[in-house]
Design a protein around this ligand. Sequence first.
Ligand code: GLC
Length: 429
Amino acid sequence: MKRALASLSLTLACAAVSQGTAATLTFACDSVGQGYDECKKGADAWAKRTGNTVRLIQVPKETDSRLALYQQQLGARSADVDVYMIDVVWPGLIGQHLLDMKKYIPAAEVSRHFPAIVQNNTIGGKLVGMPWFTDAGVLYYRTDLLKKYGYKAPPKTWNELATMAQKIQAGERKANSRFVGFVFQGKNYEGLTCDALEWIASFGGGTIVDGIGKVTVNNAKTVQALQAIQGLVGTVSPQAVTTYGEEEARNVWQAGNAAFMRNWPYAYAAGQQKDDPKTKENEASPIRGKIGVAALPAGPGGKPAGTLGGWQLAVNAYSKNPKEAADLVRYLTGLQEQKRRAVQASYNPTIASLYKDKDVLKAVPFFGSLYDVFTNAVARPATVTGSKYNQVSDAFSTAVYSVLTKKSAPGPAMKTLEGQLNRIKGRGW
Ligand code: GLC
């Protein structure tokens, strides 16, 4: 059966080549963690089935830098890249340069994905990106160290986190001077917007701009949240946390040098890396088997909040190969490939039924236990601020950064930010 299928796909591939219909697509995908390798596996599998070729290009690690580059390319109507992986906060920023996937992918397939994400990706009736994987911020903790220091469960509040991190850090530093309590994304970029939204939402401080476009960031709970996190920097979090993105935080954590980490789900599979006996290329992760994952802590009287992240696949409206590009997107966002990526690399599917799949749950148990965190994640105010979202996010992360680096106190920083955001808003978003 397998051989018959293989020879069938080879025949199809040869037919495509001999008719001169084979296309070479350029794909701007991922570069964080196992991102590039996993994109390549999926794209190669599609290429093999169809006889087309996919050229994967190197993309910047940070979402902000990717956006700036892609806005330049699309603004110039460049056909260089056929398929882009786009962030959940971009549809309103670049949607006008992307094809409507509804013209290429049957409605029954689209409707298998979480409706909120499909809606997020729909701009003026056009589905500008197919949901590929979703994300929410989670708390990673070291199960062995919690046990060693007498804790039965991960922290439920930011205060508890500070106390636990302090105790574990003090103990571990006796043997390891590099050990720290808590790492997160503290540098001034989109990742800090995500982390800071979690802090303030979990204190009940809202979402920077509310659902009807009102700037809400200057409130007492937001200020309290920022005060609490400012107090972590230089105590249980290293000063250098203000230079960390996702991967810098993960490197500290995965080397075994942190008790807690805030990150996205991809960091789970990376931390569980086994030694590869054949290639010897990948060394086993030193924290394999010692990783716990929980909802992030809450503020006093608040509820835990994980920021909604995630990525879609989109076809460049100026592509010379729209049909093939859409077929690649259809394959990669389909059930089989989403399952493979969930099991092998802990990327959250956007297809609800996969959260009940036993192979998925066995590989990534917290996809089941934290299902609510993923389906109730807090959205950044991207839809409501539309084409001004990146200005909003930039002003917000810059203000938070000035608090973390103790250049400003939280109260005055939020007051100034409120004025800035209202100026960006002008007469409306
Ligand atoms: C993750 C999220 C994405 C977010 C980014 C910030 O990649 O999926 O939505 O913008 O992190 O660094």
